[in-house]
Design a protein around this ligand. Sequence first.
Ligand SMILES: C[S@@+](CC[C@H](N)C(=O)[O-])C[C@H]1O[C@@H](n2cnc3c(N)ncnc32)[C@H](O)[C@@H]1O
Length: 549
Amino acid sequence: MSLIAPILSLMPHRGDLHLLRPELPEELEDLPSTAEGEWRRLSESEVWQAQRGFFHHQGVGAWSKGTVPHYITTNPALARAYAQVVIGYWRDWQRDAMGGGEEPFYILELGAGSGRFGYMFLRALLELRQRSPLASLPFCYILSDFTESNLQFWQSHRSLQPFVEQGVLDFALFDAEKDGEVRLRRAGRTLEPARLARPLVAIANYVFDSIPHDAFAVKDGQLHECLFSHGGLALDGKNPEWFQEVLPEFRSRPIDPAYYPEPGFNALLASYASRLGNSTFLFEVAALRCLDRLRRLTGDRLLVLSADKGYVDEESLQGLGEPHLEGHGSFSLAVNFHAIGAHVAASGGRALFGGHPRSSINICAFLNGAPPGGYVECELAFHEHVVRAGPDDTYTVRRGAEAHYESMTTVQLLSLIRLTRDDPRVVRDCLPALMEKVEEADASLKKEVATVVRRAWDNHYPIGEERDLAFEVGLLMVRAGLHEEALFYFNASLELCGAASATLWNVGMCHLALGRFDEAVARLRRARELDAHVIPLNAFRPNKESSPP
Ligand SMILES: C[S@@+](CC[C@H](N)C(=O)[O-])C[C@H]1O[C@@H](n2cnc3c(N)ncnc32)[C@H](O)[C@@H]1O
């Protein structure tokens, strides 16, 4: 194996932020034997408790205020790619007509945060299932998190209600650091070891990077633990800026080979000691234990899909400097997917890795147990929808196109929205360009704009952001002269963001344009009651025969 120097351009990052220190590897200072008690194993540091405090207290605000990055793991391109892989997985298990009767296939999303990924995934999965030979296959998606704050948010979210009513969505408190069973809040039943009739899919996006890790250094073939100090301050995560107070520092000291109670973990550490040159590496102790518990729960029939920034091969673990805790409200560490893959392989399973050297996000599948015919469909779907060209490529192309929306044609902008699998964020970002161009489009292109934008709107899962996307899209439809369509969006804006005079005004003007005088007068009057000086913003240019009362 060649020992290569770290290649800075290979460094994974969360969004645009590099996660590892860009300096060349430096020796970690050894811990003096007289050191104070504040030095702990990283996984036992108080920062993890504070992290939990942050998510608990912030609830959905962690995402709606844009504090915690989440776009790259909660977009329709990723959701659809996962849905393709899950359909492939089910087809592999169904090929041999396994039993299970009416029991659903369960999909458990860990650390589901705002619920936005689950929403997009369910939409994609329902569509694909309908078009596949599995149209009547029963399944249930479980949104889970360790904190009740997120469950409360999902249970009251109107976009999720139709899935609940169809019986394809349930909710659960599931702590990835300790739970081995899943209690379904709606169904009132508990998924327990040896009681699951069918294999389980678990989804973990930006979760393994947020639960306890340990850190190690290899120095001349000898394994050291990297003990961690956060600077000694009392932390509880209540203050959303809490992580800025943390003063992370590492010191190393040699360790015994029997470091963990799990012999498999120690074997993996020993293999790193013998194969990595001088380097540091992270070890996902909480994620590995979580996977072991899920394997026990499912009788070793488990598919885990995970997206995170991290390392997938041993080469990229060579020559790394001190581990870096990246702060963004919460904090995260690059995930050592290589170690997770090696652990899964040691238990008889296998790992599939997506991505390429400059990936913004790594997408991995970990498979334990296998149907008699093997994972033909699942692997094909993973290859086609993740490896060959996948959500990471969609993300990169979108980033590149962003600066050129103004110079792209309407047809090109619509193609981009389709390529991103109907991404409402792309619609939002393209709006100024579409506004500029749509008036010049012919009638059939205007209709196409409405169709494509509506599909993306259907993927919109509001989490309380300040921007009123429905209102803005309504304005676009007015520009296109599609007043019925515009009414749909202005009414959505009233439902989501409350009665605002400008929105009511625009609703009135649309009715007027559609010849519905009474409806128009009622809305325009109401708008004036709310704001005597309401003006139609840039919503509407009344034509000669339509004038406000
Ligand atoms: C960085 S966020 C990722 C959220 C979402 N999956 C995404 O991609 O945007 C980490 C999530 O993990 C959850 N989490 C933290 N510790 C957890 C634990 N021990 N068990 C389960 N979830 C946990 C947090 O509440 C939060 O929802």
